[in-house]
Design a protein around this ligand. Structure first.
Ligand code: AHR
Length: 500
């Protein structure tokens, strides 16, 4: 099979916002307890932060981490999580039916973000709480001092404000499962009032309004239209969430789910712009895809997990090689929408539907999905070319005609080189990729990284952490003048780096 790609140096979609390489830590399962925080673990520092986990997170280079939920945030009293750790209350978390000891709280998380070289994207509780708790939390985090909450932060050991810029106005408030679930009218009005209060404190803070929990929600996209009508002038972004799975073993269909993600993004962009037109507004609302991943492997196991324990093994999907290809395609789709998707969070980061797994008291390792995300984060920061792609297609149950080739090219503004990311979705045929890149002189192939595996269900485990890993390959990608030819193996993830 053959596919052709045309790109031009002057024909661009937009610059990728670094924050699309974000991730998420929720007080859920072993994300915190046994994940990023495990006092007494041989690799933990004196604060209990696991250094083996931190070094894997640094490999991913995530610029933002959303926290503390997720569904958890909708019942969270943030004040429980500050002050002397031995005085903090143990609470029942209704979202995940677990016990929350609050030994790792807000101040610990903020210290941890510094260690992990990242920034917080803080979520506010708009389920059981509202304006008052939200404005107090912002004051605790961001005010320098001389007020009740900012002085309490100082008394708790943090003299300088955290300066958290990005805030979620609740989580999945359209979902009937959410503690404090609301109608679009109720939520839109509350979110607007919370947003107004926060912007009265600091108009430069950036606020994310809750969109739908996924695009199959019966209220999608009317929810978006209504909440935006209520809160358009006070917010900056609207959220999208979606998880994908291969429940019936239809790999071709599963690999096509990024086509579904793309149409979800386009529908939300259209809805934002509809409200913009209706309001005669000059302001554009951008998108925060702040939960996305593959999630289905652990669904059955989770039904048998004992409730009301600390750090139970919930949502521990063990990812296959095919999941890694899907995560690669989804990541490329987010980047291709760089003009409107400014924030995205791979949900989540450690143990809970995560690229990094740990054993309590034991090792940490990279799941299969770690690699495409890492490559995108490492080599995908730059400006996305508006490619014309001619690829053969195949038919799928859910997504119609899906191209065998998923691809994206990013121009590095410093080196002037291009990185081409490409997935061959074919299960049995190689794909010969021909690329013409006009306006680029003297490109050469610096590196071709390939990830493939004879078994699409292969996984990395504690015992065998390197079963699925990328390799540098030689001789499969060549360039002459501005003409690239590359061979993409069946079911493969490829990163072809072209330097000047
Ligand atoms: O990421 C796991 C859960 O998925 C989050 O808590 C929730 O927001 C979503 O439904």
């Amino acid at each position: 099979m053959k596919a052709k790609v045309y790109g031009d140096k002057e024909y661009l979609i937009g610059t990728v916002d670094d924050r699309v390489f974000g991730s998420f830590i929720e007080h859920l399962g072993r994300a915190v307890y046994g994940g990023i925080y495990e006092p007494g673990h041989p690799k933990a520092d004196k604060r209990g932060f696991r250094q083996d986990v931190i070094s894997l997170i640094k490999e991913l280079d995530v610029p933002i981490v959303r926290y503390p939920g997720g569904n958890y945030v909708s019942g969270f009293n943030w004040e429980d999580s500050i002050g002397p750790a031995d005085k903090r209350p143990r609470r029942l978390d209704l979202a995940w039916r677990s016990v929350e000891p609050n030994t790792f709280g807000l101040d610990e998380f903020m210290k941890w973000t510094k260690e992990a070289n990242t920034q917080a994207m803080m979520a506010l509780n708009l389920g059981t709480r509202g304006i008052d708790a939200a404005r107090n939390l912002v004051e605790y985090c961001n005010h320098p001092g001389g007020s009740y909450w900012s002085d309490l932060r100082k008394a708790n050991g943090t003299p300088d404000p955290y300066g958290i810029k990005l805030w979620n106005l609740g989580n999945e408030m359209d979902g009937p499962w959410q503690v404090g679930h609301k109608t679009a009218e109720e939520y839109g009005r509350l979110a607007n009032e919370v947003a107004k209060a926060i912007k009265l404190y600091d108009k430069n803070l950036e606020l994310v309004l809750c969109g739908s929990s996924h695009n199959q929600m019966p209220t999608f996209p009317g929810w978006e239209a209504t909440v935006l009508e209520e809160a358009y002038d006070s917010v900056d972004y609207i959220s999208l969430h979606n998880y994908y799975g291969n429940r019936d073993g239809d790999l071709g269909n599963f690999l096509g789910c990024s086509v579904g993600m793309d149409s979800f993004i386009k529908s939300v962009v259209a809805t934002c712009d509809f409200v913009k037109a209706k309001k005669r507004s000059k302001k554009t609302i951008n998108l925060s895809f702040d939960e996305w991943n593959v999630w289905f492997h652990s669904n059955d196991a989770d039904r048998n997990v004992e409730p009301w324990t600390v750090g139970p093994p919930l949502l521990e999907d063990v990812y296959t090689f095919e999941d890694a290809l899907v995560v690669g395609c989804l990541m490329l789709t987010l980047m291709r929408n760089a003009d409107r998707v400014k924030i995205a969070c791979l949900a989540q980061l450690v143990n809970v539907i995560a690229p990094i797994m740990t054993e309590n008291g034991g090792n940490a390792w990279r799941q299969t999905i770690f690699y495409p995300f890492m490559h995108a984060s490492k080599f995908g920061r730059g400006t996305v070319l508006n490619l014309k792609v001619d690829s053969p297609v195949y038919d799928t149950k859910q997504y119609g005609a899906v191209p065998y080739l998923e691809t994206l090219a990013v121009l590095d503004p410093l080196s002037k080189g291009i990185t081409i990311f490409a997935v061959n979705r074919s299960q049995n045929e190689k794909l010969e990729l021909e690329g013409v890149f006009s306006g680029f002189m003297g490109l050469r192939v610096a590196e071709h990284i390939e990830m493939t595996h004879p078994n699409h269900l292969a996984v990395n485990t504690a015992k065998n952490p390197n079963e699925v890993v990328p390799k540098v390959v030689m001789g499969k990608a060549r360039i002459e003048k501005d003409h690239l030819s590359a061979v993409l193996e069946p079911l493969s993830w490829n990163v072809i780096r072209l330097n000047m």
